[in-house]
Write a protein that binds this ligand. Sequence first.
Ligand SMILES: NC(=O)c1ccc[n+]([C@@H]2O[C@H](COP(=O)([O-])OP(=O)(O)OC[C@H]3O[C@@H](n4cnc5c(N)ncnc54)[C@H](OP(=O)(O)O)[C@@H]3O)[C@@H](O)[C@H]2O)c1
Length: 431
Amino acid sequence: MRDMVKVGLMGLGTVGGGVVELLAKNRVEIAQRAGEGIEIAMALVRDPAKARGLDGAIPRLTTDPEEILADKSIGIVVETMGGEEPALTYIKKALRRGKHVVTANKEVVSAHGQELFEAAMIHRCHLMFEGSVGGGIPIIMPLKRCLAANDIDEVSAVINGTTNYILTEMTAKGKDFAEVLREAQARGYAEADPSADVDGLDAARKLAILASIAFNTRVTPSHVSTEGIRAVSSADPRYAAELGCVIKLVATARQDDGAVRVAVAPVLLPKDHPLAAVNGPDNAVLVRGRPVGRVVFSGPGAGRGATASAVVGDIMEIVRQRTRPDKSQCTCFTTKEVLAGSGRPSPFYVRLRLPDGHGALDRATAAFAARGVSLASASRKSADGSGYEFVLVTRSAAEDAVRAAAAEGASNGAGWAVLNVLRMEDGDGAA
Ligand SMILES: NC(=O)c1ccc[n+]([C@@H]2O[C@H](COP(=O)([O-])OP(=O)(O)OC[C@H]3O[C@@H](n4cnc5c(N)ncnc54)[C@H](OP(=O)(O)O)[C@@H]3O)[C@@H](O)[C@H]2O)c1
């Protein structure tokens, strides 16, 4: 392996701390995948004495940005301070000194993207900002690369976790806006000054970034017609439900007769709309393009680990472009044992045809019990002259045991037929 790539981190709070933790935790894999090891050489903070729980992970803390900007060994600056200034000034200085920049700062990117990209081009540097929209959801790169061949008609998104949490709670519990906002502040889901979130500005900033990429034209927050959620009362979600809808703060950019229309506003969405099911602090982005059709990205829209995932992904992409420009992009670096099947216990759905006659279900239940498989339910579905169809749902069990029990009656002359055995996933797909 070659030398370590040195990173100067500006900001060591929620996201910056997550970046440090992720780079340390997955150090070996990150080096393999990027082609070089990555280390934080120095971090800029306001208060070096603050306890951060990152002991020894960073060789040096500083309060002087020049220490990072003037250090020639630092090739990448990661800005996770937030706010417009001094972040904007530091990013510009970094680019002018030939340092690549990764930022999660939607405020700076949405309002100053043009001058930053100009500086990046002049100084032949990367400017990456995946973490600035949608936290851990990959959306900037997919729009710029994977969907780049399409004519994009629309990007609509639920991209502010605070307002989505508030609207989800108002809908579920019938509470009013002010009460849920107070609870959200107490739980850390809303800032002490919540206006950037609840008045729609944060969503407008993120929409400006997405629209600029999707439609290849500069869109800034000042273009966006912006309405927040303060006027949504506790009655509105109830009346919306009566119409088969939910209320979401939706950020939409559409191409209309060659113009791009951009708006953030509370909207009634039919319950089967892909953005309607995005609840709590989660985010989702829907892209409609031709020929691809409708594509939806969803996941955690903020948070330490999720946003660090996007920021570190950007750092790695910069390193990778340097280390692997002419090599194949194969990423099979290791040789691991590969096994067929899931291997994990889970509940199973078993559909059996049992013969007519007393005790057939008891014998089937006993066959499962004999293999250590207990049943959560058994229900008779249909009958004809010669037998019954039953659906059995097992509790969590090994697949081999379930299949063996189901097959037993079929093979030992008990007259069963196994019609289907299907694994059941749990709610988050983790079964
Ligand atoms: N939090 C999220 O889930 C999330 C998600 C997506 C994007 N983002 C974006 O990521 C950025 C960082 O957010 P965050 O939540 O990590 O913020 P944060 O927890 O408030 O951390 C900010 C860090 O920057 C340092 N800092 C701030 N101003 C400074 C200055 N003038 N000079 C030196 N250091 C300064 C602070 O130093 P001290 O520690 O010494 O005070 C702190 O370490 C923002 O642009 C935000 O919009 C955040």
